[in-house]
Design a protein around this ligand. Structure first.
Ligand code: SAH
Ligand code: SF4
Length: 361
């Protein structure tokens, strides 16, 4: 049930030669019913197959031990089970593992597994690269290769789960890419992860992070599930934010503030604001004042992130003491803030850094 990474790699390389066959994970429930009908199989086979591909993380047809051999052979003739190939895996001293995965068209993405006691959090990518161009982000510097399909995003989670051989307790879509520029696939993945027919992860333990694509935040406010929303804020001063996050320049902070107010009114849920402290850029007293004003009086949790240094970048992290001052000052006006522990710092767990390095070699 939990194959090792090598068997996953073997499966993938044998599959890549057969890309004309359709990926089994791209079949809808109805399409699977049709396929079983064509193969003269009873309907209950669909449930068995879905269980293998969505819940049990099968990476080969041979894994599907409760299907008759003849059906496994027919599936193999008509379809492929295309998992990504692992091309790098780095282990951190804190137990985190970072993976660079390659899809059959040679597109690469990163994902990370972060164990904590008996729990396992997975950070997955929604796009290969990103078009938003944030100036402190390695992914932004590389531009967008393409958006990932729902099953490609899902497969990252399965890959990490299979490698750790343990249940995934939470997923954050905070790897590479902007989830709200790939909205439908992102929602489809969140639903699949949440579903008892998928990994059965509670909606509140599924987090999507956006740089602030306003039309999609509005759309997300109307989704029925209790998914968690994180907004990459990084500055509550328009001029600073325009420099740091040019891709969302057209959505003003004022507009973001209003839309987040509507989000809170509609959902009753508390959004997280991500704020990477950058020395001399967004960590001054006036920046702190603007952040306090932005969050004060509304439901908000501020996540102060230690900036991961991107090689060659002009941006450097603020001191830990300054981060603590932010926490204290925000706390004084009732805004809860935490300093996010940097996981996997020794393995370049910053967004985009692993693939960046490999590209340079
Ligand atoms: N595109 C989405 C999600 C992926 S980025 C977004 O921007 O929200 C995930 C998080 O990493 C975001 O909060 C992003 O701002 C942050 N991030 C990017 N580069 C970083 C860096 N060098 N150091 C610290 N955090 C960074
Ligand atoms: Fe894209 Fe997010 Fe990086 Fe900005 S921070 S470039 S939105 S991945």
């Amino acid at each position: 049930m939990y194959p090792d990474t090598n068997s996953s790699n073997n499966q993938t390389s044998s599959n890549s030669a057969s890309s004309s066959r359709r990926d089994l994970r791209s079949f809808s429930h109805n399409e699977l019913l049709e396929l079983m009908d064509q193969l003269h199989q009873p309907k209950f086979r669909v449930q068995q197959i879905e269980e293998w591909i969505w819940s049990k993380g099968a990476v080969s047809f041979e894994d599907m031990s409760n299907l008759p051999k003849s059906l496994r052979e027919s599936l193999n003739k008509r379809t492929v089970l295309q998992g990504p190939q692992q091309i790098a895996r780095q282990l951190s001293q804190d137990g985190s593992r970072k993976y660079l995965l390659r899809y059959p068209d040679n597109t690469t993405v990163e994902c990370v597994g972060m164990p904590s006691g008996a729990k396992l959090a997975v950070c997955a990518s929604t796009q290969a690269g990103c078009a938003m161009g944030c100036s402190f982000c390695a992914t932004g510097a590389a531009g967008l290769a393409r958006s990932l399909t729902a099953s490609e995003i899902y497969e990252q989670v399965i890959h990490v789960r299979n490698d750790f051989e343990t249940r995934v307790s939470s997923v954050v879509l905070m790897g590479q890419g902007e989830p709200f520029m790939n909205y439908d696939n992102t929602l489809s993945v969140l639903r699949r992860l949440n579903s008892p027919d998928g990994l059965g992860i509670g909606a509140r333990h599924l987090t999507v992070s956006t740089c602030g694509v306003i039309p999609m935040i509005k759309r997300f406010s109307n989704e029925p599930e209790q998914f968690t929303l994180a907004i990459s804020l990084h500055s509550a001063v328009q001029k600073t934010r325009d420099v740091l996050m040019p891709g969302v320049r057209k959505y003003s902070l004022l507009h973001l503030y209003d839309v987040m107010g509507e989000y809170v009114d509609k959902t009753g849920r508390r959004p997280t604001y991500e704020y990477a402290l950058i020395g001399g850029v967004n960590d001054s007293d006036s920046e702190l004042g603007a952040l306090r004003d932005f969050c004060c009086g509304t439901l908000a949790h501020v996540n102060l992130i230690q900036l991961n240094e991107v090689p060659g970048s002009r941006f450097h992290p603020s001191s830990p003491a300054r981060a603590q001052q932010f926490v204290n000052k925000l706390g004084e006006v009732g805004v809860e803030a935490t300093i996010r522990l940097s996981r996997g710092a020794d393995i370049d767990a910053a967004c985009g850094q692993l693939s960046q390095k490999l590209r340079q070699q």
